[in-house]
Design a protein around this ligand. Structure first.
Ligand code: SF4
Ligand code: SF4
Length: 198
């Protein structure tokens, strides 16, 4: 049986009262948040939250264990990149955002290595297909940090082989929190540099 369509009252069919009610709610939140932000700037009412959105990266939610964060390239025990530049991840990537340039390794026991390995995080959809496709566990997304979330140019969002390898080093030596601290430090430094350049 098809459920009966709820009938609107005469006042509801005018729409105007509901539109005004919506504007009033939005305005109330706007004024409240603006006032709280101003108070926070002068050091007052710090215990009262100004906005309901999470102020990432300063604030973070607790992520589930399966969270797919920023990528990293895993390392061999000697610190070299584990990737063999086989292109399986780039082939599996539905967003076509992995760019690899393969090179001959000076060590004859290593067939190939990535001279360049880049991920365009503006195109990435964080599906994890690259991780699934890799036959040698050379790429992971277990960092629990987001990729770069700020930038002034498209190229700022392209993560290089060095960036991806450094994540593995920091993770092994100092853990996930250190990865987040490094990201926040870079963020603040770039923000300060940009503010000085204005
Ligand atoms: S997570 Fe998905 S979209 Fe992103 S690089 Fe890997 S395969 Fe490509
Ligand atoms: S990360 Fe894995 S799948 Fe991608 S090129 Fe390197 S070895 Fe191949």
């Amino acid at each position: 049986m098809v459920p009966a369509t709820p009938r609107l009252s005469w006042a509801e069919r005018l729409y105007l009262p509901e539109v005004l009610r919506g504007i009033a709610v939005t305005t109330r939140h706007f004024v409240r948040n603006l006032a709280l932000h101003i108070l926070h700037v002068v050091g007052l009412a710090k215990d009262r939250r100004a906005a309901v959105t999470t102020q990432y990266p300063e604030e973070r939610k607790i992520y589930p264990q399966g969270f797919r964060g920023a990528h990293r390239l895993t390392l061999k025990p000697d610190g070299a990149v584990r990737c063999t530049a086989c292109f399986l991840c780039a082939t599996a990537c539905p967003a076509k955002c992995i760019h690899i340039e393969a090179g001959e390794h000076p060590d004859p026991s290593v067939e190939k290595y990535p001279v360049r390995y880049e991920i365009d995080t503006l195109q990435c959809i964080y599906c994890g297909m690259c991780v699934e496709a890799c036959p040698c566990d050379a790429i992971r997304m277990d960092t629990f940090v987001h990729p770069r979330i700020w930038g002034y140019d498209r190229t700022d969002f392209v993560e290089s082989k060095q960036t991806l390898m450094t994540r593995s080093r920091v993770l092994a030596e100092r853990g996930r929190e250190a990865l987040m601290e490094e990201m926040l430090r870079d963020y603040r430094e770039d923000e300060a540099a940009a503010a000085e350049g204005r």
